[in-house]
Ligand binder design. Structure first.
Ligand code: C5P
Length: 233
């Protein structure tokens, strides 16, 4: 099981188009953030939580945090900056080979089974592991005029989800390198695995459930409510 959980929750959620960031919108009268932390706690009650929040976040309440071992970390400019802040914050406590799972606050529907399986695979893989699903739709690339330029061969393509799990030292090195002068840069590091891949390593793909959606657009909230209700049956 992971020693550390990092939950980046410092995004503005602009695609949601709401005043309040998406992690504070409610599903069944509880904010998305509370659902996500409750799931993680069910799977990994002993882990140390690092929650990345905007420094001036007016919405957060500690009552939604079920973890006994928990620290709040300031979010950065981009998601990767937030995660790196968390890694730096636990530097003095973390051992190089501690397992760290990073999970988007916006994925409250992740199943306990998938959490446990991902943690197991990440422990076994020297390059870490991530939940992902094979691409089901046909994928098009556009040209500047909004027409189809090409169709991608979808065989072998996966959609990356979270959690993603890596050893502390590997993840820290990968993110520091990605943001360094020779690195691929924050805009290309949309998940942790991409930074690890840039080191020439190959994280393991763990087939996850398709209902581990990332709440991004307004219609996703109703979908998440339905998924959570269906999972309780
Ligand atoms: O925007 P997107 O949905 O890809 O964000 C993924 C996750 O990263 C969200 O949980 C969001 O709150 C978090 N994030 C962050 N710091 C940022 C940007 C995003 O913690 N600067």
């Amino acid at each position: 099981t992971p020693r550390w959980l990092i939950v980046p929750a410092a995004g503005a959620g602009r695609r949601m188009g709401s005043e309040c960031p998406k992690q504070y919108l409610c599903i069944a009268e509880r904010p998305v953030l509370a659902h996500t932390l409750a799931r993680l706690h069910l799977a990994f009650p002993e882990a140390g939580l690092c929650l990345c929040l905007q420094a001036d976040d007016p919405y957060f309440s500690a009552e939604w945090v079920p973890f006994a071992d928990y620290r709040r970390v300031s979010g950065g400019e981009e998601r990767v900056d937030s995660v790196l802040n968390a890694l730096r914050a636990i530097e003095s406590e973390a051992a190089d080979d501690d397992l760290v799972l990073v999970h988007d606050v916006a994925r409250p529907c992740v199943s306990i089974d998938n959490l446990l399986e991902l943690a197991r695979e990440a422990t076994l893989s020297a390059s870490g592991a991530l939940l992902a699903t094979p691409v089901a739709d046909t994928i098009k690339r556009d040209d500047a005029a909004g027409r189809v330029q090409s169709t991608e061969d979808r065989r072998g393509l996966w959609q990356a989800q979270t959690p993603q799990g890596f050893r502390y030292a590997l993840l820290r090195q990968a993110l520091e390198m990605a943001l360094g002068a020779e690195g691929i840069g924050a805009s290309l590091v949309t998940d942790e695995a991409s930074a690890v891949e840039a080191l020439g390593l190959a994280p393991r793909l763990v087939a996850g459930r398709r209902d581990n959606i990332k709440i991004t657009h307004p219609e996703d909230l109703a979908l998440a409510e339905h998924i959570l209700a269906a999972q309780r049956q």
